[in-house]
Design a protein around this ligand. Structure first.
Ligand code: FAD
Ligand code: MLT
Ligand code: ZN
Length: 476
């Protein structure tokens, strides 16, 4: 790791030996123990290309039993591990910092069952989200979450980060849609909470500890997810607006006039739009505006939904100071293109060079104030300050780019941006998690006593601290 918390020291873990490697080969088979430095490299580098660990070994188990045997061995030998799914995490949680062993779930990719009546899907942790959604579609269902990384992120990684995504506003968080899960705890024991029941008030809901734990409390191996019916009609409006107040007014109107069929409400600022246009060559069907909004509806009756959407657009256009321009996707190609303008912003920013990424929750009225405040603070030092996100969830993605890492820029951003968010009782991690990058700021959004309880839970489940060390909890 380069600039992220250079002060962190390697924990008192054992060093990997040839005998350990032989033990792993006996568990997963030689072909699934990766030692070749070139092959191991991609597992050491995160998606943003900011964090780079020094792991020397990657294990690719196929079954829960294999994961359990690996973890049991690591716990006995005090070898640190890092669980890895699709490696699309944005906070440095999925890669080693030092020489942690990577346990990849990629081969655990079987869909176990889908019940078309109840809508419950049971899958292994390594199933890729987009593939699960395709399987769900074949039964008239959909996965309750969708995100730009769907082509490579895995359901285990989604659960471990409690990923939000583009339609949380409608379908809720994975904390609600996950009915059960199975995990291997840091001692190697298998925690079987893989129920498929809607209701199960038998004491503490232990699976919730694993959801959002970012690989620090165990390795999720299977999950049961409640899938909603796939909507028969999906409509998408794309609007151009000239002030953030207009974005808020439009959201209010969307909630009122689209009601239960509103399935996404995302905003993009002009700087983010410039990045997708310039860096990825995508075209925007509207002219220059300070803001753009994607408002999506999902329902069961196309005529009814279209009528509602047209009515909404008409009201927005006629309301003084609201949207000034707009279009509606006419076919699947336009629908995908409009969504790509939003989903590919993160990728477009990376083209600038180095991306400083923040993911915060704030009261709606403060969301764009933070972007403007930081833009002024960093004036002349960055290529761009870009703000976009899941407006309906009060979730801003705030990003700065420079051609390469600039320590002075980072110093101007942190801890200032976190303090600003704390002072408004926001969250320093809305949906991406704390990982390595934000663990030192956990107290900005969580009470000291709550952090102490978290540390106690960690000690209870992971007495030797082998499971994804240096992540989530602050280094103390
Ligand atoms: P990884 O990156 O491999 O791991 C993420 C964390 O989970 C790590 O701490 C890892 O140790 C842990 N982990 C992984 N698998 C397991 C397991 N089986 N058991 C226990 N721990 C595990 N996030 C959002 O919330 N909303 C978005 O809209 C969104 N969009 C994204 C778009 C793009 C283009 C990208 C690159 C990322 C986006 N993300 C988003 C980040 C998000 O965290 C991930 O995409 C996804 O949830 C991580 O899944 P993964 O399989 O890649 O996990
Ligand atoms: C998104 O909403 O696009 C993702 O969370 C990734 C990002 O921060 O851009
Ligand atoms: Zn997001």
């Amino acid at each position: 790791t380069t600039e992220i918390h250079p002060g962190i020291k390697r924990g008192a873990f054992s060093q990997l030996t040839d005998a350990d490697v032989s033990a792993f080969e006996a568990i997963v088979g030689g072909d699934h123990v990766i030692k070749d430095a070139d092959e191991v490299l991609s597992y050491n580098i995160d998606w943003l290309r900011i964090c780079r660990g020094q792991g020397q070994l990657v294990l690719r188990p196929k079954t829960t039993e294999e994961v359990s045997a690996i973890v049991r061995h690591c716990n006995k030998r005090r070898l640190a591990v890092v669980p890895q799914g699709g490696n699309t995490g944005l906070v440095g949680g999925s890669v080693p910092l030092f020489d942690e062993i990577v346990i990849s779930t990629s081969r655990m990719n079987s869909l176990l069952s889908i019940d078309p009546v109840s809508g419950v899907l049971v899958a292994e942790a390594g199933c890729v989200l987009e593939q699960l959604d395709r399987e769900a579609a074949s039964q008239g269902l959909m996965m309750p979450l969708d995100l730009g990384a769907k082509g490579s992120c895995q359901i285990g990684g989604n659960l471990a980060t409690n990923a939000g995504g583009l339609r949380l506003l409608r379908y809720g968080s994975l904390r609600g849609t996950t009915l059960g899960l199975e995990a291997v705890l840091p001692t190697g024991q298998v925690l079987d909470c893989l129920t498929t029941l809607r209701k199960d008030n038998t004491g503490y809901d232990i699976k919730q500890l694993l959801i959002g734990s970012e690989g620090t409390l165990g390795i999720i191996t299977k999950a049961a997810i409640l899938c909603p019916a796939r909507p028969k009609s999906v409509q998408l409006a794309f609007l151009g607006l000239d002030s953030f107040q207009a974005v808020l007014d439009t959201y209010r109107l969307a909630r009122r006039s689209l009601g239960e069929i509103l399935s996404a409400f995302e905003f993009i600022d002009s700087e983010s739009m410039r990045a997708v246009k310039k860096n990825l060559g995508l075209s925007c069907p509207l002219g220059e505006h300070s803001f753009y909004v994607l408002a999506e509806t999902s329902g069961s009756n196309e005529t009814h939904d279209r009528e509602k959407l047209d009515g909404f657009i008409e009201s927005v256009m006629s309301m003084d100071g609201c949207a000034t321009d707009g279009t509606v996707a006419q076919d699947a190609g336009q629908f995908a293109h409009l969504w790509s303008l939003r989903e590919r912003i993160v990728e477009s920013l990376l083209v600038d060079g180095y991306e400083y990424k923040y993911d915060v929750s704030l009261p709606l009225a403060d969301i764009y104030r933070l972007v403007e405040h930081m833009r002024t603070r960093l004036d002349g030092r960055v290529i761009r300050t870009a703000g976009y996100g899941h407006l309906g969830d009060g979730n801003l993605h705030l990003n700065f780019t420079t051609p390469k890492f600039d320590a002075k820029v980072l110093e101007l951003i942190e801890p200032h941006v976190f303090d600003w968010v704390r002072d408004r009782r926001g969250s320093v991690s809305a949906e991406h998690g704390l990982g390595l990058k934000k663990s030192q700021y956990i107290r900005h959004s969580k009470a000291d006593f709550a952090v102490r309880v978290m540390a106690e839970v960690k000690r209870l489940l992971d007495p030797n601290g082998i499971m994804n060390p240096y992540k989530v909890l602050p280094d103390e």
